[in-house]
Ligand binder design. Structure first.
Ligand SMILES: Cc1cc2nc3c(=O)[nH]c(=O)nc-3n(C[C@H](O)[C@H](O)[C@H](O)COP(=O)(O)OP(=O)(O)OC[C@H]3O[C@@H](n4cnc5c(N)ncnc54)[C@H](O)[C@@H]3O)c2cc1C
Length: 336
C-alpha cells in the first residue's frame, strides 16, 4: 500500500502518524511546500479549546472528534514524551462583561477535567469589570515543538518527506498513490476549488513573561496564553483577509487589551509578532472523493481540511476519523 499526504501542518502530521499506526507496512510520503515555522500551525498558541461554533458534518461526529483529540493530547501530556512533543497542561479563566453564554462551551464542559463557573472573587483576579467567568483546565500543544517532533517520529518509522508544491492532484499522478490525504488547510481553497474555504486572519505577539502561569480570555478576542517559553498575546479575527504582514495597529490593539487585563505584561519583552490565516470552513471537510486525473485515471482522495481556528485542538480527532474513511474506501464500503 502506498499513501500520500499533502500538507505538513498539524493536520497532515497527525494524519501521517495515525496512518503509520493503522498501516505499519505501508509506504507513506508527506508532500508539502511549507514546513515547521512556515505553516499556520506554527503561529497557533495551541490551546485545546474549540470554539462553540466548530462543526463537523453532524453534532455527534463533531463531539467524537473533540473527545478523541483531547485524549490524544492528554495521553501525550501524561507520557515522558510531553516536553519533546510540546504538550503541557494549562489552567485559566475565560471572562466576559457581555454575556454568560460567552464563558460556556458545550463542546468541552463535560470533557475537560475541570470546567466550572468562576466565583465572585475569581472575577477580580485580573483587571476589568468582569461579570461572568469560567475556570478550566486543558492541554496546550506548542507546534514549534510538536511539528518537528512529529516529523522526526514519522521519518524514524520509515515515512518519507518531500518538498513540493502541488497545483493539482494530477501533479502527483506519477507516484501512483493508492490513497492521497488532502491536509492542505487554506491551500485546499485552490487545490479543490472550494469556495467554502475562507482565511480568517489572526495576529499574535509572543512575549517573554515567565511569571504568567494562568491563561486568561477576555472579550473581543483578547487572550493571554502561557506556553513553554513564551506567552501568546492575542488576537484578532479578520474574515477573508489574505494579509500575511504584521500590522502595527493590530499589535497596538492587542497590547492595549492584554495590558488592560494584566498590567505586568508591559514589562514583558516582545520576542516575535506573527500572522497566520486560519483555514476556515463552516463544516470541516473530512470525507472521501474519487478524482479524475488529467491522464484519464482516477485517484482516491481523503480530504481533511478546514479546521479554522481550532486545528491544533481537533487535528488528532479528524485524523482518526480519516482512518475510518480510508478503511471504508479500501473495503469498497464508501458511499461514493
Ligand atoms: C493567530 C492564530 C492563533 C491560533 N491559535 C490556535 C489555538 O490556540 N488552538 C487551536 O486549536 N488552533 C489555533 N489556531 C488555528 C490553527 O493554527 C489551524 O487550525 C491549524 O494550524 C490548521 O492546520 P493545517 O495543518 O490544516 O494547516 P497548515 O498548518 O497551514 O498546514 C498546511 C500544509 O499544507 C501544505 N500545502 C497547502 N497547500 C499546498 C499545495 N498546494 N501543495 C503542497 N503543499 C501544500 C502547506 O505547505 C502546509 O504544510 C490559530 C491560528 C492562528 C492564525
Amino acid at each position: 500500500m502506498h499513501f500520500g499526504i499533502l500538507g505538513s501542518g498539524v493536520v497532515g502530521l497527525t494524519t501521517a502518524l495515525e496512518l503509520q499506526q493503522n498501516y505499519p507496512n505501508a509506504q507513506i510520503t508527506i508532500l508539502a511546500d511549507r514546513f515547521n515555522e512556515d505553516t499556520t500551525s506554527h503561529v497557533a498558541a495551541g490551546i485545546f479549546r474549540p470554539g462553540p461554533s466548530f462543526a463537523g458534518p453532524t453534532a455527534e461526529i463533531t463531539q467524537q472528534w473533540i473527545v478523541e483529540a483531547f485524549h490524544y493530547w492528554d495521553d501525550i501530556r501524561r507520557s515522558k514524551e510531553a516536553p519533546l512533543a510540546g504538550v503541557c497542561q494549562l489552567s485559566g479563566y475565560i471572562y466576559s462583561s457581555i454575556s454568560p453564554k460567552i464563558v460556556r462551551n458545550h463542546l468541552i464542559e463535560q470533557l475537560l477535567p475541570v470546567y466550572r463557573q468562576a466565583t465572585e472573587e475569581e472575577l477580580k483576579l485580573c483587571q476589568g469589570d468582569w461579570k461572568f467567568g469560567s475556570f478550566f483546565t486543558t492541554c496546550l500543544t506548542e507546534c514549534r515543538l510538536f511539528l518537528p517532533y512529529a516529523t522526526k517520529k514519522f521519518i524514524a518509522a520509515g515515512g518519507q518527506v518531500t518538498r513540493q508544491y502541488v497545483s493539482s492532484f494530477s501533479d502527483v499522478a506519477y507516484q501512483n498513490f493508492d490513497v492521497l490525504f488532502n491536509c492542505t488547510g487554506l491551500g485546499a481553497k485552490d487545490l479543490c476549488d472550494d469556495t467554502q474555504v475562507v482565511p480568517i486572519r489572526g495576529q499574535v505577539l509572543k512575549v517573554r513573561a515567565p511569571w504568567i502561569k494562568l491563561a486568561f480570555y477576555g472579550d473581543y478576542d483578547t487572550y493571554i496564553l502561557p506556553g513553554f517559553e513564551t506567552v501568546t498575546l492575542g488576537g484578532c479575527r479578520q474574515y477573508e483577509s489574505y494579509n500575511l504582514n504584521v500590522c502595527k495597529y493590530d499589535s497596538m490593539a492587542i497590547k492595549e487589551r492584554c495590558y488592560g487585563m494584566l498590567p505586568s505584561l508591559k514589562r514583558a519583552q516582545v520576542v516575535r509578532e506573527c500572522v497566520g490565516l486560519r483555514p476556515y470552513r463552516g463544516v470541516v471537510r473530512v470525507e472521501s472523493e474519487i478524482i479524475r486525473l488529467a491522464n484519464g485515471r482516477t485517484q482516491k482522495v481523503v480530504h481533511n481540511y478546514g479546521h479554522g481556528g481550532y486545528g491544533v485542538t481537533t487535528a488528532p480527532g479528524t485524523a482518526k476519523y480519516a482512518m475510518k474513511i480510508v478503511r471504508d474506501l479500501l473495503a469498497g464500503n464508501s458511499k461514493l
